[in-house]
Design a protein around this ligand. Structure first.
Ligand code: ADP
Ligand code: MG
Length: 328
């Protein structure tokens, strides 16, 4: 209880992209090696996330969707070394409050049988049926905001943009993890696949999967080492993709996140060589013991205590690789 209250950030985000991202993170936390995200009407009708992770054991069925219940963290001290994506126990309970949530899950012990579980809007388990299921978990969220016409209308207005944002988020997980990921959306007719990672591929292959194969000759890799942090990344020496500032990704200690100052810096340095253009990049920052992931409710913003020096290091590394070739 104590832990939970200190973690409470008050505001809970329920939008299409963040909801689907939370489900994906749950699958990754469950050790899945394969995750499928299927949206219908960009998630307005339903979102279904299927994984082959460790599943949910029967003793957790009743508590799973209760507010602030989590199986991932037991004391505030644990927070220093959070290695899972989730730890607040908010995703499933908030989804239950505004949508219909059904979970089908099986563990190694129970497979090839599993359980289909239904929860009510307060997160209480209201029905369970035995079903055939391989090890893993499927979470189906449907009828988001069906009981809130105004929120629903809002959601509808933003659905396409939210789906685009989700594509960006899933791309980041496809770069950082070695899990097989597939994201698709079905409006009418056949589902359209937006992200699909090649299985067991190396980092560069995964990057090109996201940036496009045409970026292969333009990507340069850089590294920077300091005493208490390190940087490693790929940046394009040509304008990326659609010429916007999209596909610019940061990871801090293995977690996809937003670093507005660093993003601005990379674009500024790039513009010094290539006016009015934007690169694509994926940059991993590893900081020793001074990141606070518990900053914004969607856990995207992190606090890096040595941020100023990280920025200086980043600038130095970038200048080193973006310098035009002598004979170019
Ligand atoms: P959190 O991820 O912060 O623990 P969630 O509300 O996202 O909170 O999930 C609640 C709990 O449900 C998790 O702690 C986990 O035990 C279980 N869970 C959710 N999704 C899965 C999944 N795909 N596989 C296994 N367990 C899951
Ligand atoms: Mg979670």
């Amino acid at each position: 209880k104590e832990t939970v209250h200190r973690l409470c950030s008050g505001q809970v985000i329920v939008d299409l992209a963040t909801s689907a991202k939370e489900l994906l993170e749950n699958s990754l936390d469950a050790g899945a090696t394969s995750v499928d995200i299927k949206m219908r009407d960009s998630g307005l009708t339903s979102m279904t996330v299927t994984d082959n992770g460790h599943g949910i054991s029967p003793e957790n069925y009743p508590t799973l969707c209760r507010k602030h219940w989590t199986s991932k963290i037991t004391s505030f001290e644990d927070l220093d070394g959070v290695t899972t994506f989730g730890f607040r126990g908010e995703a499933l309970s908030s989804l239950c409050a505004v949508a219909t949530v059904t979970i089908v899950t099986a563990t190694r012990e129970s497979a090839p049988m599993g359980m289909s579980l239904e929860y009510d809007h307060s997160g209480e388990l209201v029905g369970s049926t035995a079903v055939a299921r391989e090890r893993g978990t499927t979470v189906v969220v449907s009828g988001l905001f069906a009981r809130w016409p105004v929120r629903l209308a809002d959601l509808k207005k933003n659905a396409r943009r939210e789906y685009t944002r989700l594509v960006g988020l899933v791309e980041q997980y496809s770069i950082i993890s070695d899990v097989r990921l597939c994201l698709s959306n079905q409006t009418r007719g056949q589902p359209v696949v937006s992200v699909r990672t090649p299985p067991q591929s190396d980092r560069l292959t995964r990057l090109l999967g996201v940036f496009g194969a045409q970026m292969r000759p333009h990507l340069v890799r850089f590294e920077y080492q300091a005493e208490d942090f390190s940087l490693e990344g790929h940046v394009s020496r040509a304008e990326g993709g659609r010429g916007g500032s999209d596909k610019q990704y940061f990871f801090v200690n293995g977690r996809p996140c937003d670093l507005p100052k660093a993003k601005k810096l990379v674009n500024e340095v790039f513009r010094g060589y290539c006016p009015n253009r934007y690169p694509v990049f994926a940059i991993a920052v590893v900081v020793k013991g001074s990141v606070d992931v518990n900053l914004t409710p969607d856990k995207r913003e992190v606090l890096i205590r040595c941020e100023e020096r990280v920025l200086l290091g980043l600038k130095e590394a970038l200048v080193g690789v973006l310098e035009p070739d002598e004979n170019a």
